[in-house]
Design a protein around this ligand. Sequence first.
Ligand code: UDP
Length: 357
Amino acid sequence: MRGRKVIHIVGKRPEFIKLAMLYNYIRNNTSLRQMVIHTGQHNSANMSDIFFEELRLPEPDVMLGVRAHNAHEFIGKLAGEITTLLNQEERDAVVLTYGDTNSTLAGALSARRAGMLLLHFESGVRTGDFTMPEEINRVLTDRLSDVHYCCTGENLDNLKKEGYGSVIPSELLWTGDLMLDAFIKIEAGRNRAPGSGSYIAATIHRAGNILDREKLSAIISALNTLHRSMQVVIPLHPHTGKRLREFGIELRCAVLEPLGYHEMKRFLCDAEYVVTDSGGVAREAYFARKRSMVVMGHPFWPEIIRANAAVRCNPETAEILAGFDRVRQLPEIAGHPIFGDGKAAQKISDHLVNYLS
Ligand code: UDP
């Protein structure tokens, strides 16, 4: 008998990594059929293609190329295009979305419009801060979803507190994090990051930090200062590079092009500390047992901070510099129990097979 079809919708770098873990597990272990819709949000060689190649994903079945002047227009146009595609698919196909991007929300809206079941991985993350587009995307996607796959126990509790699984009928499952699956399974590259000796691995790209000149300038000023005593190495996100040029802000750290997954893992594993505003890198720093600083007013993963593995800072120079002194004093990180056991793909796949039978 032909297995039912799972339609994955992805658009950005972290989604490709999560997709790879689940897609390959489902392909190797079930009779479910799969389709990948790539929304084209990240579409360059070093932000997209390299992840499909390194993580052994096939070419996406559909590659969209929606262009828009702002996020609202993008989500609207994308939802229109995806709905049209879904309407051509078999009615009992299900849609899987990941995380909190504009592609996630557009995918969720489209699945609902097309009358398909919707499954959301990385469900239940909450900051309570609706000035962040990610919070809007994840809360709305959760509300539309039939099944919620959660990375942490706290994510599951957040959903329960909001009435999911009771007042709001839906299935909740703590699967652990597909990013941890990737971190455990995928080998680090062999090349050491440039420079010798200790370094701070830094990534900055969150819209909330880079669109505002003052905030970006405050963060870069702190990184430039830190670089004087310990090398700060940054694989620069293209959006951040663009803003630095527009605002005329000078970055006096060691700058790299964006890295592929293997090189990124090596880069994090060899670092002394991590400074980031990335939800993915904050988790990976913890997986690699690196003490870190999360430059976000409302971090996505407060669990890591409560575990004494990271320090949270607002995007202000003095706060970041003082916070970094606290990072140095954090205790050694013992393990990574918060995000499960590295078998999230298996748990999601097993659930899917049951759910769809
Ligand atoms: N990443 C990468 N190369 C880089 C920077 C990040 O492979 O140069 C990976 C990182 O290891 C993590 C994911 O991309 O797995 C996180 O993506 P990003 O920081 O773009 O997004 P976020 O997680 O903040 O949504």
